[in-house]
Each structure stands twice: as structure tokens, then as C-alpha cells.
Write a protein that binds this ligand. Structure first.
Ligand SMILES: Cc1cc2nc3c(=O)[nH]c(=O)nc-3n(C[C@H](O)[C@H](O)[C@H](O)COP(=O)(O)OP(=O)(O)OC[C@H]3O[C@@H](n4cnc5c(N)ncnc54)[C@H](O)[C@@H]3O)c2cc1C
Length: 495
């Protein structure tokens, strides 16, 4: 059996997956049938949780250097402010949305991947594959048209919404296509009443328009065009865009110099499982939804961070076994489903067609979204710091003084993030003598560098992706040992 991994698709999710596996020293190949990279902006938001996770590979610093930090999201109707969600209070070293064109995010990821000695192989296409007990045989076509049959231990389909991997597995991509057409464009724009650090959504009786500030004078503009007629319409001209902006926006905005415009329809779909034997799905191959909230790419990149350490544990023979790899779909499927639901609800609210319903929406939204707890919850949800795995089969026991197992532990600014090492191991926060006793039992599962107890008198066992595995009071260190014993037995620890 081989422990190598083949990743199909070098979009943001495939790149993140390759980076995570490569830094954990797993032999990996990353292929993509495109012959050159797109230079279009597509997904433009990187949320706090994604930035926290990318910090483990050192990419966040580069992204911060090229992105625009947005800390407030406004919803308005004309000049009336309906709601304003402030991200600056979220508990993260990155309390903002970082606006970066997708092509630039991909360049940063590609650069870090090359630093680890891996390159995206462009022009290489997956044609077919077959699974066996001990590996996957794939048919690949190289840029010169030559076809080869090769064998890998594992296959990961990060091959986008039309995923061949998903089709070949025969998995249904259940859901629906919404019946409205949308457009987006990147423009130079003057006249915004908001600073560069605030994005604005305008609810108008004709539809919605969103202004995302990318850089001084440069904006992403998104709007719905009305009911779909079936075929994808041509992108509106700049004059048509300006007309939509004049009608739905605050007035006084002037668009010039379109950099990129396109139209699209919204799909809300999800595959029933993210794993079939030795084959996994991640990113758009597993879930697609409305761009409202800008969660699509982020959710996919976080799929990659969830799967990579588990697969690396298996490939490096630190642990083997079903529960570990099964937990990928069990943890990430509910996250994808929740994103589909929330983004769908936002889209529905923004595109209500009946006047009376619009008035009620504006009234209720103003009342409800003005409440501090609602605003806090919205900020935590949008920044994805609220994502956790409370029902994971990997969760151990809780401690009264710590967060619940499955919860994200907030990284501390200036400290090396959890899971930043080159081995997929648990991190331990404990007093030195307690840590020594725990590590002695399972040295192959725990990072040798122990962190001080995060809370006095407590022991935290943290997964390589920064979520809490188990916790105990300092005197109860045997509970952590018991967790590791159960994990080792269930996951088939090999040492
Ligand atoms: C116009 C537009 C605007 C968007 N705006 C946002 C936004 O604001 N916020 C947000 O979060 N998301 C947004 N998205 C979605 C976002 O771009 C996707 O969620 C993201 O690109 C998904 O990444 P991925 O790596 O899963 O898939 P993709 O980026 O689709 O990459 C899949 C790759 O797989 C390759 N591939 C496919 N089949 C094969 C094969 N058989 N062999 C080899 N390679 C193959 C493809 O060439 C492709 O490069 C937008 C998308 C579009 C198109």
C-alpha cells in the first residue's frame, strides 16, 4: 500500500489541502486540468477563522499585506440604516473580513506550497479512477495528451461544483438552483458614503445591491437581476450597472473602468457524504450555495484543514482507522448544511419581491438585528469563529472550567498557533509535571512542546486544527490519558 495522496483541483481548496498535507510531510500530488490560472477575482472575502488556520502555514501574514480589512457590514434601505454588524469585537487575532481577490489568494497559497517543494501540475486531468482495499488507481491525461494509469493511497476531489470525482462515486448533489439571475462586477467607484473598512448592502424594492471595498477607489458590486429566463444573460453594460447603482444605492456613486463583470445563478446543493472509502470530497465539490455572506471558499478551505491532519495521521502511521477519517464528513457536513441554510435565508430576505413583505422585513430586521446579542451572534457566525464540532465522535470529556470539547480555541496573538508544527499531533496545555505523565503514556500522539495551562488548574488536549479534544482539571490528568487510550484503540494508534 502507498500512503501518497492525489488531490484533484488546484483551486483554493486543493491548494490548502496540498499545503496542509505537505507540511505534515505526506507525499502529495496536486493536479488541475486548467492549463493556466485564472486572473479573475471570484471569491473576495477571507474570514477570521480561515486567517487563523492559514497562519499555521505562515500564509496569513502575506495575505494581510495585500488585503483590505473590513470590520463593519451595514445593511441599509436608501439612507436608512437597518443593521450594522461590527466584526471588530470578535475574539480573534483577525477581527475583520480580509478582502483579497481569489486569484491573489491562490498565488499566495501556491507560493507557500512551492516553498514546501510541491507544485500544482497544470494541464493534468483526472479521467477516471477505481478504488481497491489498499489504494486508488487513477487514469490521468497529461498536457501532451498522454494517458497514464497511476496508483495512490488516497484521492481527494477538490474539483469544484461539477466534480468528476463526485460523479464517478455516484453521489447525488442534492438541492436546487434558485430561479433568479445575478451579476457582479469589479469597478473603480467614487462617492461611497462609507470608509474603506465598511461594506454596504442596500435592500431596495427592485432588489439588492452590495458594495465590497477591495482597495482605495475599487469595489466589487453584486446585484440580483430578477427572475431567470433560463439561459445565462450577458453581463450588464457599465451603463446598466450604473443605472442599478443609481436606483438601489444611496445616490452619488459613480462607476468607471470595469475590471471584470459576470453573471451567475445560485445553486444550493450538498453531497450526502464527504467520504467514500479512500476517496474524499472537499470545497465546492461537496457543497455550493449563495455567495451571500461570502462563506463558500472559506468553508471549503476549512474542510481541507479538518481532513488534512486526520489523513496525515493515517498516512504517517501515527493512527489508522475508520473513526478518525469518518469524523471528517460527520464534522464538516453539518457545517456545510448550516452555511447553505444561512446564506439561503440571507438571500431570500434580500430579494423579497412583494412591497408589503419588504416593509415587514425592514421593520423586523431593524428591531431584531439591532439587539446586541443578535449582532454578536451574527459577527461570530460570519467570521466563522463560531464553527465547532460539538457532536464529533472524536470529542472526549469536558472540564467545568474549560470550553466544551469540539469548541475552537482562540489563538493568542503573537503565539505560535496550535497545530503549526510539521507533524499532525495533539497539543497539550498543562503544568510541566502533569504533561510529563500524560506524554509518557502516548508519546507518539502529542507534540513534545507543551504549552502552559491556559487556565489555572486545567489540562487541555487540543487537536492540530485548534479545536478542543478533551479537558480535565489538573488533578484529573488520568482522564486525558484515558481519552488518549480510547483514541488510540479506536483510531488504531500504531506505536
Ligand atoms: C463569479 C464567482 C464569484 C464568487 N464569489 C464568491 C464570494 O464572494 N465568496 C465566496 O466564498 N465564494 C465565492 N465564489 C465561490 C468560490 O469561487 C468557490 O467557492 C471556490 O473557488 C471553490 O474552490 P474549490 O477549490 O472548491 O473549487 P474551484 O475553485 O472550482 O477549483 C476546482 C478546480 O478543479 C479543477 N478540475 C475540475 N475537474 C478536474 C479534473 N477532472 N481533473 C483535473 N482538474 C479538475 C478545475 O479546473 C478547477 O481549477 C464565487 C465564485 C464565482 C464563480
Amino acid at each position: 500500500m502507498t500512503d501518497s495522496v492525489l488531490i484533484i483541483g488546484a483551486g483554493p481548496v486543493g491548494l490548502t489541502m496540498a499545503l496542509e498535507l505537505a507540511r505534515f510531510q505526506v507525499p502529495v500530488r496536486l493536479i488541475d486540468k486548467m492549463t493556466e490560472r485564472s486572473d479573475t477575482s471570484r471569491a473576495v472575502v477571507l474570514w477570521s477563522r480561515t486567517l487563523e488556520l492559514l497562519d499555521r502555514i505562515g500564509a496569513t501574514c502575506d495575505l494581510l499585506g495585500i488585503g483590505n480589512r473590513v470590520s463593519v457590514a451595514n445593511i441599509l434601505s436608501g439612507h436608512r440604516l437597518i443593521s450594522c454588524v461590527d466584526f471588530s469585537g470578535v475574539d480573534s487575532p483577525y477581527p475583520f473580513a480580509l478582502m483579497v481577490p481569489q486569484c491573489d489568494t491562490e498565488s499566495v497559497l501556491e507560493r507557500h506550497l512551492q516553498r514546501l517543494g510541491v507544485r500544482s501540475e497544470l494541464g493534468v486531468e483526472l479521467l477516471a479512477f477505481d478504488q481497491h482495499d489498499d489504494g486508488v488507481t487513477v487514469q490521468l491525461r497529461s498536457p501532451d495528451g498522454h494517458e497514464t494509469s497511476e496508483r495512490f493511497g488516497w484521492l481527494i476531489g477538490c474539483d469544484g461544483a461539477h466534480s468528476l470525482t463526485r460523479h464517478r462515486l455516484g453521489l447525488k448533489f442534492g438541492g436546487k438552483t434558485l430561479d433568479s439571475d445575478w451579476t457582479l462586477g469589479d469597478f473603480h467607484m467614487t462617492g461611497s458614503p462609507f470608509p474603506l473598512s465598511e461594506l454596504a448592502t442596500y435592500w431596495h424594492e427592485d432588489g439588492v445591491i452590495i458594495f465590497l471595498p477591495m482597495a482605495p477607489g475599487r469595489y466589487r458590486v453584486v446585484a440580483n437581476l430578477g427572475p431567470s429566463t433560463g439561459d445565462a444573460p450577458a453581463p450588464p453594460s457599465i451603463e446598466h450597472f450604473q443605472q442599478i447603482v443609481d436606483t438601489r444605492g444611496p445616490g452619488g456613486l459613480v462607476l468607471t473602468n470595469p475590471l471584470w463583470t459576470t453573471t451567475f445563478r445560485i445553486n444550493e446543493r450538498q453531497v450526502e457524504t464527504y467520504r467514500a472509502g479512500r476517496v474524499f470530497l472537499a470545497g465546492d465539490a461537496a457543497h455550493v450555495h449563495s455567495p451571500a455572506g461570502g462563506q463558500g471558499m472559506n468553508t471549503g478551505m476549512q474542510d481541507a484543514c479538518n481532513l488534512a491532519w486526520k489523513l496525515a495521521m493515517v498516512c504517517r502511521h501515527i493512527a489508522t482507522a475508520p473513526v478518525l477519517l469518518d469524523s471528517y464528513s460527520l464534522e464538516r457536513h453539518p457545517v456545510g448544511a448550516a452555511v447553505i441554510e444561512t446564506a439561503g435565508r440571507l438571500t431570500k430576505a434580500a430579494t423579497l419581491r412583494h412591497r408589503a413583505a419588504q416593509h415587514i422585513r425592514n421593520f423586523v430586521a431593524h428591531a431584531v438585528m439591532g439587539l446586541a446579542p443578535v449582532q454578536r451572534a451574527m459577527a461570530q457566525s460570519m467570521t466563522e469563529i463560531a464553527v465547532g464540532y460539538p457532536h464529533s465522535p472524536l470529542n472526549g470529556q469536558a472540564s467545568p472550567v474549560s470550553p466544551k470539547p469540539g469548541a475552537r480555541l482562540c489563538p493568542i496573538a503573537g503565539e505560535i498557533p496550535f497545530g503549526a508544527g510539521n507533524a499532525p499531533l495533539f497539543n497539550l496545555c498543562a503544568a510541566p509535571d502533569t504533561a510529563a505523565k500524560i506524554i509518557a503514556g502516548h508519546p507518539s500522539l502529542i507534540e513534545p512542546t507543551v504549552r502552559p495551562a491556559a487556565m489555572t488548574g486545567s489540562i487541555l488536549l487540543v487537536r492540530p486544527d485548534g479545536y478542543l479534544a478533551a479537558a480535565a482539571a489538573d488533578g484529573d490528568w488520568r482522564q486525558i490519558t484515558a481519552y488518549l487510550e480510547r483514541f488510540a484503540a479506536a483510531a488504531g494508534e500504531t506505536h
